[in-house]
Structure formats: C-alpha cells, structure tokens
Design a protein around this ligand. Structure first.
Ligand code: GLV
Length: 345
C-alpha cells in the first residue's frame, strides 16, 4: 500500500463518475471533463450510431450529447445509472425532458453563449438570400463573369424594409437589435408579448402571426420546436406572405413544412429563403437543393470557434455541477427537478 495521499487520489479516480461524450467537441471542454470524470469519447466527425450509444450509455452517470442524439425513453431505459444529460446546444427538442424528470435525470443546455453568433449568422443568410451572394459566387467560380451588367443578379434591398421575427427570445431579440442598423421596421410574434419598454428598446411592434406574415419583407424564425410550432410555416403561411418576401430559418427544420417551402419557392410564391436547418436533417426535401432562390447552410449558426468552445465548456460545467458538486447546473432546463434534487443549493 502506498502513502495515504496517493491512496486517496487512487480511490477518487476509481470513484469518478463515468461520462459519455457522443461527438468531438473543442478540446477545452474535454480538458474540463477529464479533470472530473472517467470519460468515454466518441471522437468521430459523424453521429454516434444509435445501437452503439445505447450500449455505451449502460454504465454511465452522465451524458454529453449533441442535438442529433435523441434522449428518449429508450435511451433512459438503457441507462439505469444516468443522472445528468448536458446537451451541447441551446435547443433541447431532442431531449424528452419529462421522461428525464421522472427518472431524476438533470438536463442542462447552452443558452446565452450562442445568441450573438446565431444572430450574426441569421443576418448572413438573410443578406445572402436577398442579395444573391451565393448565386454570384457560383457564377464567378464557373468563370462566367464577362463584365459588369446593369441587370445582373438583381436582388432585393434589405435596408429600410420590414423584418418579421417569429419567436422573440434571446436570439430573436439579438436579430432585432441588428435590424436597427439597417433602418428596418421590426414586427414580432411570440406566445408572450414583451413589456412596452422592451419593445421600444428593440424598436419592435407585436402582432399576430398572420399580420406578421402579410406585412413582412423578411420573415425569420427563432421560436422553439414543439407541438405548437411544428409546421407553423406551411402552405397557408406561404400564401399569406408577400411574393417579394424571403424566409430565414436558423431555428429548427420542422417549424417549416419543407415540401410546401419547395413548392412556394418553385412557384415564386415567395422570393427566396435562407436555411440553416432542415425538416429531416441531414436530408433536404426533394428539389430544394436544385432551386437557385435558396441559400443552404449545414446547421452552422453557432459555428464560430469562440462560441463552440464556450458551448463545450458550459455543457461540461453542467455535468460537473450535477455529478460532482451536487448542485443545480446554472443552465438546468427543469428548475423544479433541481430544487427537489439539490434542496440546499
Ligand atoms: C443549435 O441548433 C442549438 O440548438 O444550439
């Protein structure tokens, strides 16, 4: 037997909670996790196969997952020791939060740190779609530019137009702040109306969804995905939108009926779209990628090195809080469960 100090360290290591990380994420996050946990990493740049996930989760106390890993009853049943799930995302529509609460599993996410980055990217999509940046880029690369043409790639102005924001949480509000710089009129729709002081701070006016759809030159989605927002933007919505309008979606794919979107874009029912998310990600609806009036990104809105690092650290900290410090993670999704589990904290 070695000196007592070493023995203690050894025991602590043996007793470390076991955590599964389902995807390669910034190293800073791994470094934090490695200090506290016995880690199992799935480091591939591809989704962890479901069957493997269900096998590997069996003896784990914690899970750090990404937004394509479904945390549902099946997974929870395969994970009898699981106490905490940290999702490396702000959205948690892939997590059955109620089923987690029933099994006393604490869920945390990564809000706040990605707000500004996601808002920036929303504007990248909006500007690219309206000003035909991607079409122009393809044209240049194909060597087709033979000289300035007054009628080439005419898009639509952004400044001075009306922006309709559906879902006015942190990200929707950050998008609205940027709209002020473009001298735009801002309409918003949400389940809850803001206090008038906040509305005037963002220069935003509340209206019902249909009024927003009718009155906006750009409609951008920032609501959560749940039963009430599934296919919120469908054929009926496209029929209400202006023919000159562009749709931007950097929230969740299933908020838009993607088949109806393809039909609307094809028929010129709306002018264009900028999409970062898809209904059946990573697939896209038939015909979508052949349309010229749509800008397609592979779910990149929070993808800056700085933000992804912060998200990794926040997710890791959620697990450290729940499993090591035995306190509610700052960004726990179910505060009520945390009050029951960590009454003193
Ligand atoms: C990305 O889509 C996220 O929810 O963080």
């Amino acid at each position: 037997m070695g000196p007592p100090g070493r023995q203690l360290l050894y025991n602590r290591r043996v007793d470390r909670p076991k955590v599964l990380v389902t995807r390669a994420i910034p190293e800073e996050a791994f470094a934090l996790l490695e200090k506290h946990f016995k880690l199992e990493r799935y480091d591939k740049h591809a989704a962890m196969p479901r069957a493997l996930l269900l096998r590997r989760i069996r003896d784990k106390d914690g899970l750090l997952c990404i937004l394509t890993d479904k945390v549902d009853v099946e997974l929870l049943e395969a994970a009898p020791r699981l106490k905490a799930v940290a999702t490396y995302s702000v959205g948690f529509d892939h997590v059955d939060v109620k089923a987690c609460a029933l099994r006393r599993v604490v869920v945390s996410n990564t809000p706040g740190v990605l707000t500004e980055t996601t808002a920036d990217f929303t504007w990248a999509l909006l500007l690219a779609a309206s000003r035909r940046v991607v079409e122009g880029d393809a044209f240049m690369r194909a060597g087709r530019y033979k000289g300035w043409d007054p009628m080439m790639f005419l898009g639509g102005d952004v400044h001075g137009k009306t922006l309709g924001i559906v879902g006015f949480g942190r990200i929707g509000q950050a998008v609205a702040r940027r709209a002020q710089g473009f001298g735009m009129k801002v309409l918003y729709y949400d389940r809850q109306r803001l206090f008038t002081e906040l509305e005037s701070q963002f220069g935003a006016r509340y209206c019902e969804l249909d009024e927003l759809l009718r009155g906006s030159d750009f409609v951008t989605l920032h609501c959560v995905l749940d039963a009430s927002t599934f296919h919120l933007i469908d054929a009926r919505a496209f029929a209400l939108m202006r023919r000159s309008a562009c749709l931007v979606n950097a929230a969740r794919g299933p908020i838009v009926d993607e088949k109806a979107l393809v039909a609307a874009l094809r028929a010129g029912r709306i002018r264009g779209a900028g999409l970062d998310v898809y209904e059946l990600e990573p697939k896209t609806a038939a015909g979508l990628s052949r349309l010229r009036n749509v800008v397609l990104a592979p779910h990149l809105a929070s993808a800056s090195l700085e933000t992804r690092t912060k998200m990794g650290l926040m997710a890791a900290q959620g697990l450290v809080d729940a499993l090591v410090r035995r306190k509610a993670p700052e960004h726990a999704v179910d505060r009520e469960l945390c009050r029951e589990l960590f009454p003193a904290a």
